[in-house]
Design a protein around this ligand. Structure first.
Ligand code: SF4
Length: 454
C-alpha cells in the first residue's frame, strides 16, 4: 500500500510552518500528499534524495503501463486491491491475438480481418480484443519485419512484438515505435544488450524469467537504468503455474509493497494449452487471476464473446451500476408523430426497452432520465424517478421540439406518478401508462403508433 500521511510527515523538513507549499503545516501537506491531492514539488525545501524517496513511496503499488497509442491505447496496471469486492479493479486485461510470421498470407489476412470485425456492442460499451502479438518464428528476419509493416499499415491496434532475436526485435520496434509497442522478451541473457536500445526509443518491455524470483534482478536492473514501463512474465507453463505465479506477484506488490514485482503482467495461454477450448479456459481463469495482457492463438465469435463479457463483469466497478447517458435516444428514424417513451438510465433497463422497441419496427424516441443507474421501480422508491423530476427532464431534454403530439408513455410499474407528472408538465402532455414489462411493448407500441399517425 502507498505510504500514509504519518509516514510522510517524518520525511518533511518540519520548518516552522512556512506555508510555502500552500498548506498551513507540514502535517497538512503530508496528508494531502498521501491522498493524492498535492505533489511533492510544492515543498521547496526537500532535498533531491528525500524527493526521490517520497516519489517512490507515493507511486502506485503496481505501475501503470500503456501499450499502443491514441484511442487504441491499452492501459494496464495501477491496481490497488487483490479482490474486486475490496474496491474495484481498474484496468481490464488487454486481449491479444497472436500472428506468427510462419502463417501464410491468407492466414495473416484472416486474423487481421477477425480482430477488426469481431466487435460486440454490449450495454453501452463496445466489446473487442485489443492487441495483436506478432511472433518471430520463421528465422527469416525480413519476413518478420514484413509482417510487422503489414500489420502496422493495416490496423491502428497496439502491438506486442515477440522475438528471441534482439536484432529482429528492435528492427521491428523501429517500424512501429510511434505505436508504443510492447517488446518481449527481455531476459537475463539479453538485458545488458537491450538496455541501451530500449533507452534510445523508450517503449514498454516484457520481462521473462523462469520463475517469479528470477524476475526480481531483471526489474531491479531495468529500474536502475531508468526503465520502468515493464510487464512481467514469470514463465508459467500451465494454468496451475500461471495462477500460482500471478497470485504471488499480485500479493507481493499489494500486500508487501514489494516494488520489484510492482508491475502488470503478461500471460500466454496460446503456449500453455493443447487445444482451443482449453486455451480459452486458461484465458478465462487469467482474466480473474490478474493477468494484464492475455495472448491467444486464435478465437471466433463464440469463444471471444464469453471471454469479453466475463472481463466486463470482473472489471466493472461494483460500487456503481452501469448507466447510460441522460438524453433522448432515437430508435429507427422517428418523426414528429412517433411515440415517446421514458425510462431510467440503468444500462440493462435501457437496452431491454430499446431492444423491445426495435423489435416492433416502430420508430420511436426513448427519453432516458438519470436515476443514478437504478432500474425504474427502485429509482422511483429512492425518489429519483418522481413525477416532478421526470417532468423537469422532459422539459429540458429537447424532445418537445422533436414531436408535434404531446403524449408520453411511462413504464406501467410507476403508473402512480401519472398525476404528478402531468402537473409538472403543466397539463400540456397526456401521460399514457405503458406496459409493466418490456415484453408488453410488442403489442402496445404498434397500436399507439397507429393512433398517433391517425
Ligand atoms: S513548504 Fe515544506 S516545510 Fe514549509 S510547511 Fe510546507 S511542507 Fe512544511
Amino acid at each position: 500500500m502507498p505510504i500514509a500521511g504519518s509516514g510522510i510527515v517524518k520525511m518533511l523538513p518540519g520548518r516552522k510552518p512556512c506555508k510555502d507549499c500552500g498548506f498551513p503545516t507540514c502535517f497538512a501537506f503530508a496528508m494531502k500528499l498521501a491522498s493524492g491531492g498535492a505533489t511533492v514539488d510544492k515543498c521547496p525545501y526537500l532535498s533531491e534524495e528525500v524527493k526521490d524517496k517520497l516519489l517512490d513511496a507515493l507511486a502506485p503499488p503496481i505501475k501503470l503501463v500503456t501499450v499502443g497509442s491514441g484511442e487504441n491505447a491499452v492501459k494496464i496496471g495501477n491496481e490497488e486491491v487483490i479482490y474486486r469486492h475490496e474496491k474495484t479493479f481498474v484496468h481490464s486485461p488487454g486481449i491479444a491475438l497472436l500472428i506468427s510470421d510462419k502463417d501464410d498470407n491468407a492466414g495473416v489476412e484472416e486474423k487481421i480481418k477477425k480482430i477488426k470485425e469481431l466487435q460486440f456492442p454490449w450495454v453501452g460499451v463496445n466489446l473487442k480484443a485489443d492487441l495483436l502479438a506478432l511472433h518471430f518464428q520463421s528465422g527469416d528476419k525480413a519476413k518478420f519485419l514484413a509482417l510487422v509493416k503489414k500489420v502496422y499499415d493495416s490496423t491502428d491496434l497496439g502491438l506486442v512484438l515477440v522475438s528471441e532475436d534482439m536484432n529482429a526485435l528492435f528492427a521491428a520496434r523501429d517500424i512501429c515505435a510511434d505505436r508504443h509497442p510492447l517488446l518481449y522478451p527481455i531476459t537475463s541473457e539479453n538485458i545488458e544488450e537491450a538496455i541501451p536500445k530500449i533507452k534510445a526509443t523508450p517503449t514498454p518491455v516484457g520481462v521473462r524469467a523462469s520463475s517469479v524470483e528470477g524476475l526480481v534482478p531483471l526489474t531491479t536492473r531495468l529500474k536502475d537504468a531508468g526503465i520502468e514501463e515493464v510487464v512481467l512474465d514469470p514463465g508459467s507453463k500451465n494454468l496451475l503455474e500461471a495462477v500460482r505465479d500471478q497470485t504471488f506477484i499480485r500479493k507481493a506488490a499489494l500486500k508487501q509493497g514489494f516494488r520489484p514485482l510492482g508491475y502488470p503482467t503478461i500471460a500466454f495461454p496460446c503456449f500453455m494449452a493443447k487445444d482451443k477450448l482449453r486455451e480459452m479456459l486458461v484465458g478465462s481463469a487469467l482474466v480473474i487471476k490478474w493477468a494484464s495482457i492475455i495472448v491467444l492463438s486464435d478465437f471466433d465469435r463464440y469463444s471471444l464473446l464469453p471471454l469479453l463479457v466475463q472481463r466486463l463483469n470482473i472489471y466493472t466497478d461494483p460500487r456503481f451500476p452501469m448507466a447510460v447517458e441522460e438524453k433522448y435516444y432515437e430508435v429507427g428514424e422517428p418523426d414528429e408523430s412517433s411515440p415517446v417513451l421514458i425510462t431510467s438510465n440503468w444500462a440493462l433497463t435501457y437496452f431491454l426497452v430499446s431492444s423491445a422497441v426495435e423489435a416492433t419496427k416502430v420508430p420511436a424516441y426513448i427519453c432516458v432520465k438519470d436515476a443514478e443507474g437504478l432500474g425504474v421501480l427502485t429509482a422511483w422508491a429512492a425518489g429519483k424517478f418522481s413525477g416532478d423530476s421526470v417532468g423537469a427532464f422532459i422539459k429540458k431534454c429537447g424532445i418537445e421540439g422533436k414531436v408535434k403530439h404531446r403524449k408520453l408513455v411511462i413504464p406501467g410499474k410507476v403508473a402512480r406518478i401519472k398525476g404528478e407528472l402531468e402537473d409538472a408538465l403543466e397539463l400540456k402532455w397526456e401521460v399514457i401508462i405503458g406496459p409493466r414489462e418490456t415484453t408488453g411493448i410488442g403489442a402496445f407500441l404498434p397500436a399507439l403508433s397507429k393512433q398517433l399517425k391517425g
